[in-house]
Design a protein around this ligand. Structure first.
Ligand code: ATP
Ligand code: MG
Length: 440
């Protein structure tokens, strides 16, 4: 059974991806159409060192042989050796090693939603969260009415409310303030937070009389917010997030590059995230923001003309996770949403992960094809068994004994699971372990 094509056996498929050779049934080459492989999304699973990254690299190389469109989210930079003329590389921040010709890009803070900021800044206690939300609203208003608020933030302490009230009722401003995508100048958050800690009304003339047209003095709550402003300053200045808050050499944004990739001749766009650190959940939040951009493009119909596959290695970092403090945790759900609704927009996803149990069942059950490398952990194997109802115990029993680069191909379109030896890619991922023999 060398070729696995669409369900229409009479039609000769032009585009076939050669994965390797079958080991269960003679040494046949195994060729699969992208419809079968990616059409209902694909997951590459297996314990560390099993061969997921090599398989991913092989799949990418096979896609590159055709006039394909593939976006690769490279969390660790291990795919930087892909030197195909049809591959474009971009990187965030300043990775230690970049591919030749890779261009620096940045992710403007406008691409973050309110929940991303709440996850990064982790407000805690009863005061910080509400004040942070208030400050974000105020900064949105300041950005909408730059002439009224020339400092970029809204001064409240002891100020008259008239111009604020006028700005609030102008146009559709009031509705925009609660839109989590409405941009604001995040760098002014510490200043604005201080201004939010005021008494709502000033003293009027005479004892006990209030003046509702002015804000009062500082309410003393700011002392509870000082740890928050310290954290905000740390996040804004953190090297892990310099690709977001510090534009440096980048001339274009990730979104611009993805858009020009879609309309240009390149077949693969590799987005290198290796310089985005793990501090403050930066890498997770950044990857999720990029996923959200891709989903936004999908919803606007950008992939109808040419079906596109988004590859995400180390996907357990980016899927089904909640980051931030309990009260204001952000759910990293962009890739989950791509898995759930991308197909109908022409966007498919290929995930590679060493921890299937970390991926929600909702996502795993969306995966039409599984390429399963060696899996030793019982719970991971159970997850795989559950995800593909028809796999019988006997097929999962030998998952722990698969060799490096050997995998079981399981899917709704395959009558029985097939064991294959994946052919090594030409450009090997930089994923070797330490070279003890030569280095010690
Ligand atoms: N198809 C293959 N043919 C030959 N050797 C392979 C193959 N796939 C993997 N290997 C060997 O296994 C090693 C580990 O593979 P790989 O980096 O793909 O693992 P991984 O599953 O991605 O691990 P991790 O979860 O740690 O990222 C490779 O360095 C290579 O030596
Ligand atoms: Mg890997």
């Amino acid at each position: 059974m060398p070729e696995l094509t669409s369900k229409n056996p009479g039609v000769q498929s032009r585009v076939l991806l050669e994965l390797g050779t079958s080991t269960s049934d003679g040494e046949h080459p195994v060729r699969v159409t992208p419809e079968v492989l990616f059409g209902r999304h694909c997951a590459v699973l297996g314990a560390t060192g099993g061969g997921k990254s090599w398989t991913t690299a092989r799949l990418l190389e096979e896609c590159l042989r055709f006039d394909s469109k593939v976006i690769l989210l490279d969390a660790t930079g291990e795919y930087r050796d892909i030197a195909d003329a049809n591959a474009a590389h971009i990187h965030l921040g300043s990775p230690r090693v970049t591919s030749a010709g890779s261009s620096p890009v940045w992710l403007p803070a406008e691409n973050f939603t309110e929940s991303d900021f709440l996850a990064l800044f982790e407000p805690s206690g009863k005061v910080q969260g509400p004040k942070l939300k208030e400050a974000i609203r105020s900064l949105r208003l300041a950005k909408l009415e730059p002439e009224t608020f020339s400092k970029g933030f809204i001064e409240k302490i002891g100020q008259a409310k008239a111009s604020y009230g006028a700005a609030l009722s102008a146009g559709a401003n009031a509705e925009k303030l609660d839109d989590p995508r409405q941009p604001f100048d995040v760098r002014l958050l510490p200043e604005q937070l201080e201004q939010e800690c005021v008494y709502p009304e000033a003293f009027g003339r005479g004892p006990g009389v209030k003046d509702p047209t002015r804000w009062g003095g500082e309410s003393g709550e700011f002392s509870f917010c000082i740890p928050l402003t310290t954290r905000i300053r740390a996040v804004l200045g953190s090297p892990s997030l310099s690709c977001v808050f510090n534009r440096k050499f980048a001339t274009s944004s990730v979104l611009d590059e993805i858009e020009s990739f879609l309309s240009g001749p390149s077949r693969l766009l590799r987005i290198d995230l290796s310089d985005v650190g793990f501090e403050f959940y930066a890498r997770e939040v950044v990857a999720n923001a990029i996923g959200r951009q891709i989903l936004g493009l999908a919803r606007s119909g950008a992939f109808y003309r040419k079906p596109t596959v988004a590859f995400v290695d180390e996907a357990h970092n980016f899927l089904g996770k909640r980051v931030g403090s309990d009260d204001f945790a952000a759910k990293l759900d962009a890739f989950e949403l791509v898995a759930k609704e991308g197909r109908k927009y022409g966007l498919n996803i290929c995930l590679a992960t060493q921890r299937p149990r970390d991926i929600t069942e909702g996502v795993l059950s969306q995966m039409g094809t599984l390429i399963v490398h060696r899996l030793t952990n019982d719970r991971d194997r159970e997850v795989v068994e559950r995800a593909c109802g028809e796999i019988d115990k006997s097929s999962s029993a030998f998952l722990p004994s698969l060799k490096q680069g050997e995998a079981v191909l399981i899917g709704v379109d395959f009558p029985i699971p097939i064991t294959i030896q994946v052919a090594p890619p030409t450009a090997k991922p930089k994923s070797d372990g330490g070279q003890f023999q030569s280095a010690w």
